[in-house]
Write a protein that binds this ligand. Structure first.
Ligand code: HEM
Length: 281
């Protein structure tokens, strides 16, 4: 009995020491908060709109650009090398493809990025320079999220926006990963193999909570940007002629269709930019 108790405790301690378990535990509450942001709730309810998704893609582009640039730069660092899987996980090119699908070939000139996204990218570049082992926390938060709930969200997004096949949804597809579950197991074991001092380990855990917080702030900022743009556009247009409420939900489409509306929208996006403090950095 005593032996059994001791064995059990040792097993528990071993599991408790695993970075993959610790990171999941410390971010549990943040995960719930991320799931309950307005943007993620829209996804889960099958109500994600084209403007929401397009704006999210713009931010994901900036985030993965910073993340993957720093992972590439630090690919030989002992805190990064074991979890460096560019062939299986890299998202930047898939996002570029999706942005081109939604915005056209000149998508680079059209993307809008809120302040929270800029802050997130700034942090990624800062730790890439100063504490590359913290990149593990960010890679975990984004990639394991994409391979978990993200897979369901992709299918919901396709339905909600009425997209054919997987057009515009390359971001959700991982052709280099045949089984997301098996891959996640491999990823966790690689995370557990990283040698960290106690201080570094605590730093990584804190950084993971911060990574979730950055994501939550990005989602909230995107939602604010959308509601300010839509509300102002609605009040502006309602002064001139009756407005089709359904059309108003799709400012991205309006942007592409009318130069006058583009100007009006541009003005209100600029206004929204100031309200949510877009270029705060
Ligand atoms: C609608 C929103 C979301 C849903 C429905 C969702 C759902 C899930 C589910 C079902 C899992 C698998 C849990 C398990 O295997 O035990 C998971 C894991 C995960 N999710 Fe989410 N998620 C959402 C949003 C997010 C967001 C926004 C992030 C981060 C930015 C995120 C990051 C993660 C991570 C890192 C894991 C791996 C946890 C681990 O095994 O250590 N998720 N999610």
């Amino acid at each position: 009995m005593e032996t059994e108790k001791k064995t059990q405790t040792a097993a528990e301690q071993m599991t408790d020491r695993d970075l993959s378990e610790q990171i999941k535990k410390v971010t549990k509450e943040s995960h719930v908060r991320a799931e309950n942001t307005q943007l993620m709730l829209s996804f889960q309810r099958g109500k994600v709109t084209l403007p929401q998704y397009k704006l999210l893609l713009c931010s994901l582009y900036e985030i993965y650009q910073a993340l993957e640039e720093q992972l590439d730069r630090n690919s030989n660092h002992p805190g990064v090398a074991p979890i460096y899987f560019p062939a299986e996980l890299a998202r930047l090119e898939t996002i570029e493809k999706d942005l081109e699908y939604f915005y056209g070939p000149d998508w680079r000139e059209k993307i809008v990025v809120p302040a929270a996204t800029k802050r997130y990218c700034h942090r990624l570049r800062q730790i890439g320079e100063e504490n590359p082992e913290f990149l593990l926390a960010h890679a975990y938060t984004r990639y394991l999220g994409d391979l978990s709930g993200g897979q369901v969200l992709g299918r919901i997004a396709q339905k909600s926006m009425g997209l054919k096949n997987s057009e515009g949804l390359s971001f959700f597809a991982f052709p280099g990963v045949s089984s997301p579950n098996l891959f996640k197991q491999l990823y966790r074991s690689r995370m557990n193999s990283v040698e960290l001092t106690e201080e570094e380990r605590n730093g990584v855990l804190e950084e993971a909570v911060r990574a979730f917080e950055f994501n939550i702030q990005v989602f909230d900022d995107l939602q604010k940007l959308l509601s300010v743009t839509e509300n102002n556009l609605q009040s502006c247009l309602s002064q001139s002629k009756p407005v089709n409420a359904k059309t108003l939900q799709i400012p991205g489409t309006l942007i592409n269709s009318s130069p006058l509306l583009r100007m009006v929208l541009g003005f209100f996006v600029a206004l929204a930019t100031v309200s949510v403090g877009i270029y705060a950095l």
